[in-house]
Design a protein. Structure first.
Length: 336
């Protein structure tokens, strides 16, 4: 069944999407939370940030929410309000938007969103997703967060590089996705595909620190690779960053897929994106607490003196500068 949005009307379509969801369409977000607040904004464009050839709309809706609330968690706040604005071309019907919205609702409920807003607008360029999220935290928690300093440890919440491998597999099999009546068998790539199409962010990522009274100085949400996160951390703290190569957590399937595709798994971890993990810095005095109570986190490096820059340290002790897209102007875009 295909229901054209024009046959329903924008307002009726939005009203129908909210029916039975437990949310009302809070187009004006009322901020009743007490404490320190923050906001995050993201935009996702079809053809640039996602490809609907192989991305289910429900998965996309879920992933889009994580994409923006991850930035809230990185600032040690709990997400409380979410606004979604969709630009929709005529090729999308109501059922398409309903499927996308189902993913949004699932993520919103999992992460304790209290207020949810939606607006629909016409687009001539496929699907455009604009999201804004607001989070809050008790002032006592924010005031307890320390200032970053030399030798603070750097923790990573999970494995990296798998999403990049999953994207490469999907791009390789794209022709098969486009063929009528034929779908590729991708069962052997289950984990790397899930990392790209259906990533997870644990709702307790902040509350876990609060309950342990362990206070990160800085947090980075990893959406463009570990290299980008390291450079952002250096900019944010004004300090150097050392990431130890042998400490980077990379899954066995990521290694196997990289070998099959002729790619370097370390390059995937450093320069690949959308891992949806977090990089946190904590005082070195909390090293044993992290070892004991956060055993699923990996200590991958530490902050250093500013002159060090952002480097990856090899097992032999060599320090290689970290590079990432967006940090060096190309000849075409550089300012003369």
């Amino acid at each position: 069944m295909r229901t054209e949005l024009s046959s329903i009307g924008k307002e009726a379509a939005i009203e129908r999407l909210f029916e039975g969801s437990g949310f009302s369409n809070s187009r004006t977000i009322l901020l009743n939370e007490k404490g320190e607040m923050c906001a995050a904004h993201k935009i996702m464009l079809e053809g640039m940030d996602f490809d609907l050839t192989y991305t289910p709309l429900k998965h996309l809706g879920y992933k889009a929410v994580l994409n923006v609330i991850g930035e809230v968690y990185a600032q040690m706040r709990q997400p409380s309000a979410l606004s979604v604005n969709l630009g929709i071309s005529s090729r999308f019907c109501y059922e398409d938007i309903e499927s996308f919205w189902e993913g949004v609702l699932t993520a919103a409920k999992e992460h304790g969103i209290k207020q949810l807003a939606l607006d629909l607008n016409p687009s001539i360029n496929g699907l455009c997703i604009s999201l804004s999220a607001i989070g809050a935290q008790k002032k006592t928690v924010i005031s307890a967060l320390p200032k970053a300093k030399n030798m603070d440890i750097i923790c990573l919440t999970g494995r990296v590089g798998a999403a990049y491998m999953g994207l490469h597999i999907l791009e390789r099999e794209k022709v098969a996705f486009n063929a009528d009546g034929k779908q590729p068998d991708l069962g052997k790539y289950k984990n790397v595909l899930a990392s790209y199409l259906n990533p997870e962010v644990k709702p307790n990522v902040v509350s876990r620190f609060v309950e342990a009274k362990t206070w990160p100085a800085n947090g980075i949400f990893i959406t463009r690779g570990l290299g980008d996160a390291a450079l952002r951390l250096a900019q944010q703290t004004g300090l150097g960053v050392k990431i130890y190569l042998e400490k980077i957590p990379i899954s066995t399937q990521t290694f196997e897929t990289a070998e099959e595709l002729g790619l370097d798994p370390v390059t995937a971890a450093m320069n690949g994106g959308e891992d949806y993990q977090f990089l946190f810095t904590l005082p070195i005095e909390q090293h044993e607490i992290i070892r004991k109570d956060f055993q699923d986190y990996d200590i991958v490096g530490h902050l250093a003196q500013p002159e060090v820059g952002a480097v990856i340290v090899t097992p032999e002790g060599a320090e290689i500068p970290i590079h990432a897209q967006g940090y060096t102007a190309t000849n075409e875009n550089s300012t003369k």
